[in-house]
Design a protein around this ligand. Structure first.
Ligand code: SME
Length: 188
């Protein structure tokens, strides 16, 4: 089938089924492709079209994409592939929702971003957000970041669906250039 067909989600399907279809599409697209830029770019397209095929509040998703560990400065994340408006280019590890998730390695589900003082507002329209880490072993190499213009845009179905996507992306991409450099083995 033409590649663009992967972005078509039937209207009226449940959120859980939409995530299942998105996971399947991602696995198929990545079958012969392990470049993380390419796979994250298609993943952000799939996420955007999936949310916009669903009812409210998912249809109010206004940003869907990725921040990755900056290869030039591992103390920060740098903007990766996304769908939505222009966004912050770098985020210090530990700062904002994305930086906290990169530091702690656990999903952060914010039903109201105002309740999270560290939140970095790239778009004044965003009201809720979910951030999920992509981890290779214990190392966070990237985060999935989704913003919604409605309060309570995300729930545990989104958390499960994004954590599963993070595992698929972990397994189908070559992350070597985003992992810490391996220190040479000291000679005897
Ligand atoms: N809100 C994020 C910044 C990235 S934008 O939402 C795209 C944060 O607090 O880290």
């Amino acid at each position: 089938m033409p590649h663009a067909d992967f972005s078509n989600f039937a209207l009226g399907i449940s959120k859980q089924d939409a995530y299942r279809q998105m996971h399947e599409a991602m696995r198929s697209l990545a079958e012969a492709q392990d470049n993380w830029v390419c796979n994250l770019a298609n993943a952000s397209s799939l996420l955007w079209h999936m949310y916009h095929s669903l009812g409210s509040p998912s249809s109010s998703v206004n940003w869907a994409g990725f921040y990755v560990v900056d290869q030039m400065d591992r103390r920060q994340l740098i903007l990766g592939p996304f769908h939505g408006k222009v966004a912050c280019q770098t985020i210090t590890i530990g700062k904002g929702a994305c930086g906290k998730v990169a530091e702690e390695g656990k999903t952060l589900l914010l039903t109201d971003i105002k309740e999270f003082p560290k939140h970095i507002a790239c778009d004044g329209d965003s009201k809720s957000e979910i951030v999920t880490p992509i981890k290779v072993g214990t190392e966070v190499v990237a985060v999935i970041d989704i913003d919604c213009a409605d309060l309570q845009g995300f729930d545990t179905t989104d958390q499960d669906g994004l954590e599963r996507l993070a595992e698929i992306l972990r397994d189908c991409c070559d992350w070597e250039d985003l992992l810490p450099p391996v220190s040479p083995i000291a000679p005897y």
